[in-house]
Design a protein around this ligand. Structure first.
Ligand code: NIG
Ligand code: FE
Length: 411
């Protein structure tokens, strides 16, 4: 038996019963906690916790958390960490005045990453992605969703998803894979969109399903990318393979992406910079998690998504990093929380709920992760000695995570 007892925890954060699968509306400002606590981990799971007033006498490894907070590891429900190379030259183009859409139209953007990925071997791609996986673990991430979408042809999409499978097998992260063939239209299909949609529905989806490589399906449903009708066709076909949608929606316009996502029972709709009362109403009548990616809005200088209006209306909100080479070259979740506080005016407690339990819901792992609950996996962050949980988003450039435990083991 592998056991650890964490003792003298200044405050144990995000304690939930096993029935609570997400938090929404006004509840998001509430972060249930236990001060001066202990936590017992056995064989990778949270076995018990309580107050130091009655700490059990256990003969096992003890870890003293004096002055430090313990909370669930981040659940980053939207990333693209399997990619080749980097795109800092486009970063410079953007500084000089080009927009994301202009760069994309000139063959840059996603198509630039697709060309690089095509020229990179599966092994090399794995090594590059593994570094990013290790990096995000050091920042406190314990679960991550990873998308394909830099392949844009059957072979290269499969190559990406096989790399994700390898990361599932070789890292301590809990990983979900999403198939995102509809990320951008390859240049050679410019005059024939229909042929690419058919390649996705008739070739890529069956091939991905045959190897069981994806947990979810994604489409970039937005102005200049894929239409609502094209999205619906792809989601319709994906449903036949039991692939639930998690889609990119309303980043660049009121695209109808939120509506089509909800119509096809999406687990999450993500980005949502363009969300008005109509979209909020649709989301209120759904089980779909609205997921905000504040580092993308920051990096591309987009309009900010209306987080306050969403929470005020009673919606849940999740936060994710969107870690990718073009619009968010960072997977540092603590910084995502800072941006959510500063630019979206979310409260620190709301951001912690959004990046743990709601993030877990948005990637379908909330039964096992996202809160301090007996029976859940012991994926934990131990902070450094800080004065309050709000210090995490407040001190936006500091690394305030001392230790990370995944599956009961210290990283
Ligand atoms: O989530 N919005 C679409 N896709 C990515 C960007 C990918 C890229 O530019 O490489 C995103 O922002
Ligand atoms: Fe994305």
């Amino acid at each position: 038996m592998n056991e650890t007892l964490l003792i003298n925890i200044k405050s144990l954060l995000q304690i939930r019963d096993s029935e609570t699968d997400l938090v929404k509306g006004a509840e998001m400002a509430d972060l249930p906690a236990l001060e001066n606590a202990w936590l017992h981990v056995v064989d990778g799971e949270i076995k018990a916790f309580g107050s130091m007033d009655d700490c059990p006498e256990l003969n096992c490894n003890r870890f003293d958390c004096s002055g430090r907070f313990v909370l669930p590891a981040w659940c980053d429900s939207h990333t693209h960490i399997v990619y080749a190379g980097s795109r800092e030259s486009e970063f410079v183009d953007k500084i000089k005045g080009l927009t994301y859409e202009e760069i994309a139209r000139n063959g840059g953007g996603i198509l630039n990453s697709a060309a690089r990925l095509h020229d990179t071997s599966e092994d090399d791609l794995y090594e590059q992605a593994l570094k990013r996986a290790q990096e995000i673990i050091s920042y406190g991430t314990g679960a991550v969703e990873i998308k394909s979408g830099y392949g844009l042809n059957t072979n290269d999409e499969l190559k990406m998803l096989r790399v994700v499978r390898r990361l599932k097998e070789t890292t301590p992260l809990t990983i979900k894979a999403s198939f995102l063939g509809a990320h951008a239209l390859p240049q050679q299909y410019k005059a024939n969109r229909e042929a690419y949609i058919r390649e996705i529905t008739d070739e890529m989806l069956p091939a991905v399903a045959a190897e069981g490589l994806a947990d979810y399906v994604d489409v970039f449903c937005d102005k200049g990318f894929f239409t609502v009708d094209e999205t619906a066709r792809i989601l319709e076909k994906a449903a036949k393979y039991n692939l639930q949608p998690k889609i990119h929606a309303n980043e660049l316009d009121y695209s109808g992406g939120i509506q089509v996502g909800v119509q096809y029972n999406a687990l999450s709709v993500d980005h949502l910079e363009y969300t008005g009362p109509e979209e909020i109403e649709v989301l209120l009548n759904s089980k779909t998690m609205p997921t905000l990616l504040p580092s993308t809005a920051f990096f591309l200088r987009l309009k900010q998504p209306p987080a306050r209006e969403m929470i005020q209306a009673g919606l849940p909100v999740a936060l994710a990093s969107d870690y990718n080479p073009g619009s968010s070259p960072s997977g540092r979740m603590a910084f995502i929380l800072s941006l959510a506080c500063i630019n979206l005016r979310m409260l620190p407690e709301e951001t912690i709920n959004a990046a743990t339990l709601n993030g877990a819901y948005a990637m379908g792992v909330n039964r096992d992760l996202g809160s301090i609950t007996v029976g859940k996996k012991a994926n934990l962050i131990v902070t450094s000695e800080i004065s309050s949980p709000a210090f995490i988003p407040y001190a936006f450039g500091s690394q305030l995570i001392d230790k990370v435990m995944l599956n009961g083991k210290w990283m």
